[in-house]
Design a protein around this ligand. Structure first.
Ligand code: IPE
Ligand code: IPE
Ligand code: MG
Length: 276
């Protein structure tokens, strides 16, 4: 069986999405449009209670529900959750099996609810390694919720930032064979549409729970200009208060995208005059 994914042309974005490489000074909104979270600390949450790690993962699923609810209430448009990294296969087989079972169960139980709440469900990652049951549930969930507009919930599963950039390059060359001879046309703007999350603007705010201050191969390309927020709160304890603290921290940041403060202020004045 071939493990090669079928390559298809990236759809053209209906509205221009925010990208950190834009020539104009991007408008920074008080509420981040896109929040991306590394949900870490389930194991330590369980250990602190003398419970098996699975208890932490179960509680982690509840925290996902709460995070989705809070995101909608705050007007966040895209919520991206790192559920399983391409490196998490290195864990003991029993834990991987438990995580797969929990993922399948969550898909079975939650997708209809997501749909009735107007949520578009997406999954990113190398799906070919998942059992067919999970792949089918994902495909059905994406199809069912494709037209929803309230929030786009993306679950990153068997995802790795290095995998993403590599698969994008492979897809680009498969569909632009001329570029194999002369690769001058391949620049970041040409590659970006082939990345797994090309349907979303880049994350404005990145949150990692669990106390570690690292990216662990999450959205390497897309986080280039995201504001980073790290908290010791363990994922099962994540709730609206932690999200609000992260957003409050985000609001204190000056997002310069390589420019100077003076340029940002000038752009703000120009925008205000235009709006008059
Ligand atoms: C995050 O929690 C969940 C996954 C990586 C699947 P962990 O399981 O990594 O929890 P800790 O880091 O061991 O506490
Ligand atoms: C990152 O957490 C991946 C997910 C939360 C899915 P890990 O617990 O796997 O990260 P490391 O190993 O501490 O870097
Ligand atoms: Mg961890």
């Amino acid at each position: 069986m071939s493990r090669e994914p079928p390559f298809s042309r990236p759809p053209k974005a209906a509205t221009p999405l925010f990208s950190s490489s834009t020539r104009e000074v991007p408008e920074v909104l008080a509420t981040p449009r896109h929040v991306a979270i590394i949900m870490d600390g389930n194991g330590r949450w369980a250990r602190a209670r003398h419970l098996p790690r699975v208890a932490g993962h179960r509680k982690g699923v509840e925290a996902v529900r709460a995070a989705v609810r809070s995101s909608i209430e705050r007007g966040i448009e895209y919520l991206t959750l790192f559920a399983f990294s391409s490196e998490n296969w290195r864990r003991p087989t029993e834990e991987v099996t438990i995580l797969m079972d929990l993922f399948a169960l969550a898909l079975e139980q939650e997708v209809a609810k997501l749909n009735s709440n107007g949520i578009r469900f997406k999954a990113v990652g190398d799906m070919l390694r998942f059992p067919s049951r999970i792949r089918d549930l994902i495909a059905a969930g994406e199809a069912l919720t494709a037209g929803n507009k309230r929030l786009t919930l993306t679950v990153a599963a068997n995802y790795g930032g290095r995998w993403d950039v590599t698969q994008a390059a492979r897809a680009y060359f498969a569909l632009n064979p001329g570029a194999l001879i002369s690769s001058a046309a391949l620049d970041p703007d040409a590659l970006a549409p082939y990345l797994a999350m090309s349907y979303a603007p880049e994350p404005d705010l990145f949150i990692r729970t669990g106390g570690e201050q690292r990216i662990s191969n999450f959205l390497l390309w897309q986080l280039a200009y995201s504001e980073l927020y790290f908290t010791d709160v363990l994922w099962p304890d994540f709730g609206p208060a932690t999200l609000d603290t992260a957003i409050a921290s985000y609001r204190t940041r000056e997002r310069r995208f390589g420019r100077t403060s003076e340029q940002l202020q000038a752009a703000q004045v120009a925008r205000a005059t235009q709006g008059e």
